[in-house]
Write a protein that binds this ligand. Structure first.
Ligand SMILES: Nc1ncnc2c1ncn2[C@@H]1O[C@H](COP(=O)(O)OP(=O)(O)O)[C@@H](O)[C@H]1O
Ligand SMILES: [Mg+2]
Length: 281
């Protein structure tokens, strides 16, 4: 399934861990494309291979087989050195548990300054400080409060918001968000989902990994359902959720009360309501 307009094109992606009888195929022959400005959700239970897929796409882990093509860069599984850094200019991660992402010896200010350093033409001086402050404020962090802090002085939710702030600051072409709201309470969760929806308006593509069908339903254009490392169902969100074909998707859907009532009536266990989602988009 080659598409000339795709930003990301994953084909036959496979990753095995271990060897012999202990081998685990965490990601098995996964193929999909992501268009510019598109949001694709990957849903699946814990252990289905979602985070491994995310790490492969971010080039944090080499694949056992398969290709990952990114726009003009071609197959990124082959990139090294300067070319790999170029790929990382375009791709940002937002993780489920972002503690490991932060250098514990860097303050928030230094972390964000260094992040800006990957850009070819980063803002300077007051423009830079204003951009940083605006990104922090967008995620509900007070710049004067968090900028001097060290990672361990932030809560999990604050660290997760800091990663979203970095994404807003860098405006990458692709965001790989692996359970990006897992450490946030209901109202912040809504804020972050809305920020992701806004990023897309600027042309950013988002791979949105979640075990929460409600969030996928709200945010995504298309849905990929992963089960034991494989994509067992895919299609436009409404089509998949209104007529799930795979038994796993049917079971997943049965666990989410009221989702079948349509997008406007969405209420999940996380208290997401249509009211919360009425944004400028
Ligand atoms: N570094 C690793 N070494 C060995 N097994 C791993 C490693 N990372 C993931 N796995 C295994 O791969 C499978 C998929 O895990 P993961 O991608 O984390 O799933 P998910 O994010 O959907 O919960 C699991 O069986 C997990 O134990
Ligand atoms: Mg995971």
């Amino acid at each position: 399934m080659t598409s000339r307009t795709a930003l990301l094109e994953v084909e036959g992606l496979t990753r095995r861990f271990g060897s012999g009888r202990n081998v685990v195929t965490a990601v098995k022959d996964v193929s999909f494309t992501l268009a510019p400005g598109e949001i694709v959700a990957i849903v699946g239970e814990s252990g289905s291979g979602k985070s491994t897929l995310a790490r492969l796409i971010l080039r944090l882990l080499p694949p056992t087989a398969g290709t990952i093509r990114f726009a003009e860069l071609g197959d990124v599984t082959r990139l090294r050195g300067g070319q790999l850094r170029r790929y990382w200019q375009h791709v940002q991660a937002v993780f489920q548990d972002p503690f490991a992402t932060f250098n514990q010896f860097f303050t928030v200010r230094r972390f964000l300054l260094r992040s800006l350093g990957i850009l070819d033409d980063p803002p300077q001086g007051t423009a830079r400080d204003k951009a940083i402050a605006a990104a922090l404020q967008a995620v509900g962090l007070e710049p004067s409060d968090v900028l001097p802090k060290w990672p361990h002085q932030l809560s999990g939710g604050q660290r997760q918001r800091l990663m979203i702030a970095r994404t807003l600051l860098l405006r990458p072409r692709l965001v790989v968000a692996d359970e990006p709201t897992s450490m946030l309470d209901a109202s912040l969760r809504v804020t972050v989902l809305n920020l992701l929806a806004e990023l897309r308006q600027h042309g950013t593509s988002i791979l949105f990994i979640t075990h929460d069908l409600g969030q996928a339903f709200y945010l995504a254009d298309r849905l990929l359902v992963m089960y034991q490392g494989e994509i067992v169902e895919h299609g436009p969100v409404e089509a998949v959720l209104s007529a799930p074909r795979h038994p796993y998707t049917q079971r997943l859907l049965a666990d989410v009360p009221r989702l079948g009532e349509g997008r406007t009536a969405l209420t999940t266990s996380e208290h997401l309501t249509p009211h919360h989602f009425s944004t400028s988009s």
